[in-house]
Design a protein around this ligand. Structure first.
Ligand code: ARG
Ligand code: ZN
Length: 481
């Protein structure tokens, strides 16, 4: 018979069937423990994330050798089973040495490109607390999926910065924004190497044997797995206090050369920009602020890693660039605190962060949002491929297409014209408040915009987000400049 005990303990017996007194045959009394699903049903990435459990915390404890790119470590995952489980999956690529579940050694195997399948060493019941310990090692820059690695090895270290796939190369995870968790990340590196990650440093780096230092970082607000990052190498770290009292921790790669001052002139404005964005989007959702100027041979993009975006070196090519700082910090609200429910909802991230740049332009006296709208609309001829990509459903291989950003920002500007400034600037903070630390969908955003504006916006959303071709502009929309 099934013996359900308190959460945190395991179950004995044979779940699924029990004898009914007086009858000779067993009847089902509970669902048999079933495998956790290998994905969370994302329409673009069906096997990202896993079903059957919900992670609350990752403790990622690593050791890294910049000379060889060798990474070894132990990740401890605190989770709760959301169903009776016979097995469950983690998303991970490196070589696993052992897996334990609540102290019990667990068998594991690999499936597909990134699935680590863990057999429950004893039956797991719904609601049970799970402590999953995975020990592993590997060379992430040489661990390729379809010829690609989301881990960037550089001359002086490495960057674990990528979207949407990033965790696979450095910690086992339930790798989908639907399952957010807090993090402790610590990395032991040779003395003289810096390690930057999200959140705050609960203590200074600790000396370890072998002339090594262990750096520690902590995220106390829930984060999506792709927003956890590592920057390892030669960095100058600059700390300060923001107007809201929070720690500002910025880091500048020592490899930037003549671009270094432009990086500083941009990233040192983070606290000012976050302050301004807070006045429009609502209270800043996280525990710390900052930015990382990545090395010259690092990434070719910027990413809104939680509390501390990482910027590729190209952003400082022509001098300071506050627009990218505005963009990545706008994502702290739109993307990080309010995350996509499905990757198809990417407009909720990129359209909003791009529109924040237009608002900053307006605020800085460098051109009104209407001028940027007109300029962008005219920049893409009617027959351009650009107008064929739907910002509301761009396709899995086009989630970062220009249309998601530029047409996405245009859509928001048209929404602003349709509902008026008063409603528009009420909708933005209402959205970040109602879905804080959670997820949102485009349909939910439309419903909120309709509720606050009192308008029926179905045709508007269909035209701007879900219809191929360049939308016609109502004369009224043009006239409101
Ligand atoms: N979310 C990033 C941004 O701020 C884009 C990341 C693009 N990712 C990539 N691997 N290129 O726009
Ligand atoms: Zn973005």
């Amino acid at each position: 018979a099934l013996t359900v005990t308190t959460a945190g303990t395991l179950v004995t017996g044979t779940p699924g069937q029990a004898a009914l007194p007086g009858w000779g045959r067993p009847v089902p009394v509970a669902a048999a423990p079933a495998p956790g699903s290998p994905g969370l049903g994302d329409s673009y990435f069906p096997d990202y994330g896993n079903g059957g459990y919900d992670v609350s915390h990752y403790d990622v404890r690593l050791r890294y050798e910049p000379a060889t790119d060798r990474l070894t470590g132990t990740t401890t995952i605190l989770a709760t089973a959301t169903q009776d489980l016979s097995r469950f999956n983690l998303d991970f690529l490196l070589d696993v040495e052992s897996v334990r579940v609540n102290g019990w050694s667990a068998a594991y195997t690999r499936e597909g490109t990134h699935e680590l399948v863990v057999t429950a060493p004893r039956a797991i019941v719904k609601g049970q607390l799970l402590t999953i310990v995975v020990r592993y090692s590997g060379v992430p820059s040489e661990t390729l999926v379809g010829g690609y690695t989301g881990w960037t090895r550089t001359d002086d270290g490495a960057l674990a910065v990528n979207e949407p796939e990033s965790a696979w190369w450095w910690f086992p995870a339930n790798d989908h924004p639907l399952d957010k968790a807090t993090f402790d990340v610590s990395v032991s590196v040779p003395a003289g190497v810096e390690v930057i990650s999200n959140g705050v440093q609960p203590r200074p780096p600790l000396a370890e044997p072998g002339n090594r230092m262990r750096w520690g970082w902590r995220s106390t607000k829930p984060a999506a797995t792709y927003l956890a990052f590592l920057a390892i190498g030669q960095y100058d770290i600059v700390t300060d206090t923001a107007p809201n009292g929070q720690a500002v921790i910025n880091a500048y790669s020592a490899t930037l050369g003549e671009r270094g001052p432009a990086a500083r002139a941009s990233i040192e404005r983070t606290a000012e920009i976050v302050d301004w964005e807070s006045s429009i989007f609502g209270p800043y959702p996280f525990e710390a602020q900052g930015g990382v100027a990545g090395p010259i041979d690092g990434i070719g993009f910027a990413l809104e890693t939680q509390t501390r975006p990482v910027y590729g070196p190209s952003f400082w090519r022509r001098g300071a660039n506050t627009y990218v700082v505005v963009h990545e910090n706008a994502h702290q609200w739109f993307g990080d605190s309010v995350s996509v429910a499905q990757w198809r909802d990417i407009w909720l991230n990129e359209g909003f962060a791009s529109y924040a740049e237009w608002l900053w332009s307006e605020e800085q006296g460098e051109g009104a949002a209407q001028e940027l709208f007109d300029f962008t609309y005219a920049a893409y001829p009617e027959d351009s491929e650009f107008w064929q990509v739907l910002p509301g459903d761009p396709g899995a291989d086009r989630v970062f297409n220009d249309a998601v950003y530029d047409r996405g920002a245009m859509a928001l500007h048209q929404l602003r014209l349709a509902v008026g400034d008063e409603a528009f600037f009420e909708i933005l903070p209402a959205w970040t408040a109602e879905h804080r630390y959670g997820n949102g969908s485009v349909a939910q955003f439309q419903a909120l915009a309709e509720r606050i504006s009192g308008l029926e916006l179905d045709e508007f959303f269909t035209t701007w987000l879900f219809t191929a071709g360049r939308p016609e502009l109502a004369t009224a929309a043009r006239a409101t400049a």
